[in-house]
Write a protein that binds this ligand. Structure first.
Ligand code: AMP
Length: 583
């Protein structure tokens, strides 16, 4: 029998946790004090993420410490010290400056996990431009739906990615002035970033930066409509730093590995910013997941703090305990996970495999940083997301008309947060209405369902909407349906997340065909291939079913909930809004 609680020692730690007493920290924590852990720009000229992450260390005793250790896909290695990172990011900022790119201009980056991505992010921030990451596995349509509405002025990418994914949509991106190619191969309509970097100065003074200046633009998906661009500001670095300290227990001598791609918010907040603000050495692995590769990295690179995702943990579990024990990472002392529910079995597997439980934590694109966590020195209740971060107030609520009712322990409702932490998003770009809809009174409504137990631990119940979580990636059904509808044979499309033992959910499409097209394997393959080409492998449906018609409400909306209930053989629930004549 597994115990319901994993007890943590009160003392005798090999490395003393940053927060030894949760209750005491919660009582005394103040965000203004957390700001005091950072230096701010010299001369009181404001707060800039890249200064806190890079220059602060590069100009001090950590200058020659490795900031980033890059592991290439084919076995290459490259260490970049804080001093070198300062020079590289200065050069990139000067490249932007030379092109007339300035404050709050959007710099989109479509790159694999190579040093150029990290330099572009931090260099853009130094120039007070906005870093907007794109996942390199996106197809042309998701790229157009982000760069266009995001007013992308600059795109940093490679020749290969450009030819395959951007050239076909370039005409639809009138705001895009400069395409900078890392790794050479520039031609008409593109510039050679490596050459520009060589010509640029490595000296730079960061211009005054206000904490409220826009810094990061992360696109996220909703149930309806196109992806939304969540705006984050330079002041968010206070939360990136504090959460790294409190929830990931980062110490300066850690070797930290965040396995998330910077195309998603975790890979930026914790794959780039947070560890650097702590002066740690951060690992970057260019390659895709492969259990033995990951075990070797944990062992050979002496990773001490590892931040990963439940899908990866489940894949490692599948590879077997003996593999984990064979590799025995010698320096590992803290493991955390985010992005999807972490089942108790996985928490215990960490103990069996590494002698360390896995610490689940919760947050989302809009919150910019970890909000709820199982902290290093706090007992774990396996299956729970943990307790709110000091400085963060969480409620579980029921929506009542325009307002909400706050629920008590044990009651299930929507997870809501009281804004006031520095990395809270400041809006959805060009979409005030959708932003306003996220609030009721003084609460931000997260869209997730949860309950809280009598001791304040929060338990994830599910999402309150139709958004799909597949391999840790949030996927909007509308974006997928829109692409399917462009196939000449498709009359209607409805998309759901179908439960999957490894990826949590996989995207499944239901389509009806236009007259003149016959159902069958050939057309299914053709539609799946079409979707994959437009959307890219992460977003495209993995399964398809051809149906005669899709269930719709009287107002014409496809009832995804009903499609899902039928797929799972569950009760259909309230079908009173179903349009007569639809199945
Ligand atoms: P994203 O904005 O892409 O980071 O996705 C955020 C969403 O992922 C949340 O709203 C949740 O639905 C889900 N999520 C994140 N962390 C957890 C967790 N620890 N347990 C369950 N779901 C999570």
């Amino acid at each position: 029998m597994r115990p319901p609680v994993i007890r943590k020692p009160r003392d005798g730690w090999a490395v003393a946790p940053n927060m030894p007493d949760y209750e005491a920290a919660r009582a005394s924590f103040r965000w203004e004090q957390a700001r005091g852990a950072l230096s701010g720009l010299p001369g009181g000229r404001g707060l800039n993420i890249a200064h806190e992450a890079v220059d602060r260390h590069a100009l001090g005793p950590l200058a020659d410490k490795v900031a980033l250790r890059w592991l290439g896909r084919s076995g290459e290695r490259r260490d970049i010290t804080y001093r070198e990172l300062r020079a590289l990011t200065n050069r990139f900022a000067n490249v932007l400056r030379g092109l007339g790119v300035g404050r709050e201009d959007r710099v989109f980056v479509l790159l694999g996990r190579t040093p150029a991505l990290y330099v572009a992010c931090l260099g853009a921030l130094k120039n007070r431009s906005v870093f907007a990451p794109l996942f390199s596995a996106f197809g042309p349509e998701p790229l157009a739906a982000r760069i266009g509405p995001g007013d992308g002025k600059v795109l940093v990418t490679t020749r290969a990615l450009y030819d395959r994914k951007v050239a076909p949509i370039r005409a639809r991106l009138p705001s895009l002035r400069h395409v900078l190619l890392a790794g050479g191969g520039a031609g008409e309509g593109t510039l050679d970033l490596d050459a520009l970097m060589r010509q640029a100065s490595d000296q730079l003074e960061i211009e005054p930066t206000r904490p409220e200046d826009m810094a990061l633009l992360h696109f996220t998906s909703g149930t309806t409509g196109k992806p939304k661009g969540a705006i984050h500001v330079h002041g968010a670095v206070v939360a990136h730093h504090a959460t790294g300290w409190l929830a990931l227990d980062l110490h300066p001598d850690d070797v930290f590995w965040c396995t998330a791609d910077p195309g998603w918010v975790t890979g930026t907040s914790y794959g780039i910013v947070s560890p650097l603000t702590h002066g740690t050495t951060s690992l970057i692995d260019e390659a895709d997941f492969e259990p033995e590769r990951w075990y070797s990295i944990l062992r050979d690179e002496r990773v001490s703090v590892w931040y990963t995702a439940p899908t990866a943990v489940r894949m490692m579990m599948r590879a077997g305990l003996d593999v984990a024990r064979r590799f025995a990472p010698p320096a590992l002392r803290f493991i955390a996970s985010v992005g999807e529910p972490l089942n108790p079995e996985a928490v215990f597997w960490g103990q069996d495999a590494f002698g360390l439980p896995i610490h689940d934590n919760w947050w989302q694109t809009e919150t910019g940083g970890i909000m709820i966590a199982n902290f290093a020195a706090m007992d774990i209740r396996p299956g729970s997301m943990g307790r709110p971060l000091p400085g963060v107030e969480v409620e579980v609520v029921r929506r009542d008309g325009d307002g909400v009712t706050v629920l008590g322990p044990g009651e299930q409702g929507e997870l809501a947060l009281r804004p006031g932490w520095p990395s809270m998003f400041r809006g959805y770009l060009h979409d005030e209405e959708r932003y306003a809809k996220c609030f009721a009174g003084d609460l931000y409504l997260t869209g997730d369902l949860a309950r809280r137990d009598a001791d304040g631990y929060l338990w994830f119940v599910g999402r309150g909407d139709d958004v799909i979580k597949s391999s840790g990636h949030l996927i909007g059904p509308f974006e997928v349906e829109s692409a399917l509808l462009e196939h000449p044979a498709v009359a209607e499309a409805g998309v759901i997340g179908k439960p999957d033992p490894i990826a949590l959910e996989v995207v499944k499409a239901f389509v009806s065909l236009r007259p003149g097209f016959a159902a069958g394997e050939a057309i299914e393959r053709d539609i799946l291939g079409f979707a994959r080409k437009r959307l890219g492998a992460v977003v495209a449906p993995k399964e398809i079913a051809i149906v005669s018609a899709l269930p719709r409400t009287r107002s014409g909306k496809i009832m995804r909930r009903l499609l899902k209930a039928r797929e799972l053989g569950l009760p259909e629930g309230d079908t009173s809004t179903l349009e007569a004549g639809t199945p």
